[in-house]
Design a binder for this molecule. Structure first.
Ligand SMILES: [Zn+2]
Length: 168
């Protein structure tokens, strides 16, 4: 029996044509980056039955099943990354908090007088685990290399050592 094929290949073949698995040159992380097209917000998008869908959400779905009402968020803070290991599920509230913490809204965590937000600390640690160098991380987060080193070793900001986003 012949497999039913849609023009230009199967859904998965078409999807993976947009993906570059050689890692992020800018972030120095082993991300799987989406080429084009992108949404206005900077996320990778893929057309499904004529509707633009988030590429990273589709990737999560293929790897783990339907995320349902949950948002699919990035550990690596790389909007065009679709690598399942770099994604995690969050609620509406996590999504808002994540965006606020990453400085994508007008507000920040300035009242904490923290050098970096909790989400930035978490993504810095995730990127370090993923192989990003301290020099790259220092440049990305605009802090000194020694500060990066202390954050990664957990000398600084011990309050957020896990990735659950729980604040002490
Ligand atoms: Zn990534």
């Amino acid at each position: 029996m012949e497999h039913k094929r849609i023009r230009g290949g199967t859904f998965e073949e078409k999807f993976w044509k947009h993906v570059n698995k050689s890692g992020s040159k800018i972030l120095d992380t082993p991300c799987w980056e989406w080429s084009q097209p992108r949404s206005f917000g900077g996320y990778g998008i893929f057309s499904v039955n004529g509707k633009a869908k988030s590429a990273h959400r589709i990737s999560w779905r293929m790897a783990n099943g339907d995320p349902g009402k949950f948002h699919v968020l990035h550990k690596c803070d790389n909007k065009i990354c679709i690598r399942p290991e770099h994604l995690f599920l969050g609620t509406d509230w996590d999504n808002v908090r994540d965006r606020v913490a990453k400085g994508r809204t007008a507000q920040g965590e300035t009242h904490y007088r923290a050098k970096l937000t909790n989400a930035q600390i978490m993504s810095m640690r995730a990127m370090a685990k993923g192989g990003a160098t301290q020099r790259k991380l220092a440049a990305k987060f605009d802090v000194t290399q020694s500060y990066v080193s202390r954050v990664i070793r957990g000398v600084r900001r011990k309050d957020i050592l896990n990735q659950s986003g729980e604040e002490s």
